[in-house]
Design a binder for this molecule. Structure first.
Ligand SMILES: C[S@@+](CC[C@H](N)C(=O)[O-])C[C@H]1O[C@@H](n2cnc3c(N)ncnc32)[C@H](O)[C@@H]1O
Length: 272
């Protein structure tokens, strides 16, 4: 279906016909990474829903260049046609992942002014930007990734494998006190071998939870990427024991075809 014609009435317009227009809700971090209001707020405040995105006019074709293999061509096509990638670029966020954290924060009120936040697996820096903006000058944001992250003003970044001995301690030092929020978006490259990939995901989530239990202040929050069935087994038991609320979330910006989910645990009960 061709949706490029702007004169056609959108579903939103048809639904809202005759009603007073609703005002867009303001959030704490309701501006772009660049500090400006996003273009054309109102209806376009958020990126389109998955259904809308699928129907949008984004249909960039990519030719298979000689040096580009098939998988890379598919990846590039997906990037070029992804409305969140475009929106992130337009608003100055380092990654489309920024919208996932913005959405989780809007719903669960995680990032507060003056808070101390640790970001595990922070490259290329989208979540760091969101966190810095939310905590303001009185807060503290420290991130870690084994990939290089170009500086994000207001954040301290450690270029290290979080699983290396000593890395959690170094990150703790950078924070300079108990954390209010520990975020983990860590994801290892997949091998294609199911059980190996699953073990790696669980190992990263376990390491992130160990760290959260060590550094969080009572009342703190933990957000962690998990896959497939979500947090399971020991991890889920520990989360339920140590946090007042444990929820699984699939943000709109998380690709519908991916098994990715996040666990949002709030109200840390303190170290046992
Ligand atoms: C999905 S990306 C994070 C995106 C980031 N939240 C953002 O908004 O830009 C996952 C990151 O986890 C990092 N990662 C995976 N395993 C890690 C480890 N053991 N130590 C540090 N970083 C790790 C990867 O290098 C990758 O940059």
């Amino acid at each position: 279906m061709e949706r490029r014609n702007s004169s056609a009435k959108s579903p939103a317009k048809r639904r809202g016909a005759g009603k007073a227009p609703k005002r867009a809700k303001k959030t704490d971090i309701a501006t772009t990474a660049l500090g400006a209001e996003p273009e054309k707020r109102s209806r376009k405040k958020d990126a389109p829903s998955r259904g809308e995105a699928a129907q949008r006019d984004l249909n960039v074709h990519v030719k298979t260049a000689k040096k580009r293999d098939y998988a890379s061509t598919i990846w590039l096509k997906r990037q070029l046609n992804d409305p969140y990638v475009r929106k992130a670029k337009a608003e100055g966020w380092r990654s489309r992942a920024a919208f996932k954290l913005l959405e989780m924060d809007e719903k669960h009120r995680l990032l507060k002014p003056g808070a101390k936040i640790a970001d595990l697996g922070c490259a290329p820096g989208g979540w760091l930007q969101v966190a810095v903006k939310a905590v303001g000058k009185t807060g503290k944001v420290a991130g870690i990734d084994y990939l290089h992250v170009p500086p994000v003003p207001g954040a301290d970044i450690l270029e290290m494998d979080f699983l290396d001995e000593g890395a959690p301690e170094k990150l703790k030092e950078l924070l300079g006190g108990p954390a209010d929020v520990v975020l983990s978006d860590m994801a290892a490259p997949t091998t294609g071998h199911r059980s190996t990939d699953h073990l790696r995901i669980v190992a990263l989530a376990e390491a992130a939870l160990d760290y959260a239990e060590d550094v969080l202040a009572p009342g703190g929050a933990f957000v962690c990427k998990v896959f497939a069935g979500g947090a399971e087994g020991d991890i889920l038991t520990r989360l339920k024991q140590n946090f007042e609320s444990v929820k699984h979330v699939k943000p709109k910006a998380s690709r519908s075809g991916s098994a990715e989910k996040y666990v949002v645990a709030t109200g840390f009960r303190g170290r046992a």
